[in-house]
Design a protein around this ligand. Structure first.
Ligand code: MN3
Length: 385
């Protein structure tokens, strides 16, 4: 039986790579739903090619253009965020791959889980913002949350056959980003263009900046905490510039399992879609003789303060990781527009974490409000700079 897939964020980096995977296994997967935020022309092209039952363009201003272009196709076209929250619940969908950017991934993921759909999770912000609620509902609905993030996929693969064995710690590997060896002085004047040249992974603009500041790794600590039921203090980050080991699990007997290979996002994507099976591929293979040494070093949290702030937010709990995420989205966008410098991103996030109302036991509405409040506060802090 084919798996019917919904791809949220189909025009982004993960979305387009997911469609490459789907295309390689036409007898395994069928696209049921595609959604994009803004990129109407690529969404139209994808819809014609993959013939989903339904597509959603989040930007309602693009509805006329998209529906006109597809008027001769048997494809339902909807627009807007509410339409997406509805569309993910369709009966024929088996698994929802969430590759939306940032906070926007939360509500569609929430509704998909409520409707009993398995989730292939590429939108880590969903877990950062509301991991407690999301994992609780997923348990109630007996829904699987399968990680697409390469580090979490690695851990998930290391845990196959180990589910009864306690974990001592998780070791998340981190490429270090484009600014790995830079000093504070050098970082003061780096530009978005400098940051967008990532050494190992080809990704969208937001996650590329997040990787350069290491907040991406901080988010991954929080994501791992919820996915694998750990405390942040049992999740360690190690810089590994070659990105060959994708992450590791250390068990209580001291044994460490690592998952490794050449970095290619298509692998974790397809493992999430085909789990528990592995699909044969012809991707290039890792050759040990090409890598006489693999390097490791601790991250410098005095320089890359966003990583330290992520541990603080995780420790504090409640809506603090949500505040961290919202403040980050706003400062990243300000940095990309060159309104603030690289190091100011951490300063402003830290101030926002102090200023926004803390709620120890938030419900879903509290998260939505904290997100809005943080955005306002962060904008104010940016304009003051
Ligand atoms: Mn990752």
């Amino acid at each position: 039986m084919k798996k019917n897939i919904a791809i949220l964020g189909s025009t982004g980096s993960i979305g387009t790579q997911t469609l490459q995977v789907v295309e390689s296994y036409p007898d395994k997967f069928q696209v049921e739903l595609l959604s994009a935020n803004n990129n109407s022309s690529l969404l139209i092209e994808q819809a014609k090619k993959f013939q989903p039952n339904c597509i959603v363009i989040s930007n309602e201003e693009k509805y006329a253009e998209v529906s006109e272009a597809l008027k001769n196709e048997p494809i339902k076209v909807y627009a807007g965020h509410d339409a997406l929250n509805q569309a993910v619940q369709a009966e024929d969908i088996h698994i929802v791959l969430t590759a939306l950017v940032g906070f926007s991934g939360l509500m569609p993921t929430y509704y998909a889980i409520k409707a009993g759909k398995d989730i292939a999770l590429a939108n880590k912000e969903t877990m950062v913002v509301a991991g407690e609620i999301i994992t609780k509902i997923a348990n109630e609905k007996e829904v699987n949350i399968l990680p697409v993030d390469s580090e979490h996929s690695a851990i998930f693969q290391c845990l196959a056959g180990e589910f009864m064995n306690p974990i001592e710690k998780i070791i998340l590997t981190c490429s270090g980003g484009p600014f790995r060896n830079k000093s504070l002085g050098e970082l003061k004047n780096v530009t978005p263009q400098d940051a967008l040249a990532h050494p190992n992974w080809d990704m969208g603009a937001k996650i590329t900046i997040d990787s350069a500041t290491l907040i991406n790794k901080g988010f991954e600590v929080i994501e791992a905490k919820w996915l694998f039921g750990l405390q942040a203090k049992n999740i360690e980050v190690i810089v590994h510039p070659q990105s060959i080991i994708h992450s590791m699990v250390q068990f209580t007997d001291g044994s460490i399992k690592a998952q490794m290979g050449l970095p290619d996002m298509k692998l974790p994507i397809q493992y999430a879609l085909s789990f528990p099976s592995r699909l044969q591929t012809n991707y290039p293979r890792f050759n040990f003789a090409d890598y006489p040494s693999l390097d490791f070093e601790p991250p410098n949290t005095k320089i890359f303060r966003n990583l330290a702030l992520s541990y603080v937010a995780s420790e504090k709990g409640g809506n603090m990781p949500c505040i961290l995420n919202a403040a980050n989205e706003v400062v990243v966008s300000a940095f990309l527009q060159r309104k603030i410098g690289f190091l100011e991103m951490s300063e402003i996030i830290e101030e926002a974490m102090e200023l926004v109302n803390f709620i120890a036991k938030p419900d879903l509405n509290d998260y939505l409000n904290a997100d809005l409040e943080t955005r306002e506060v962060t904008e104010m802090l940016i304009n003051r700079k």
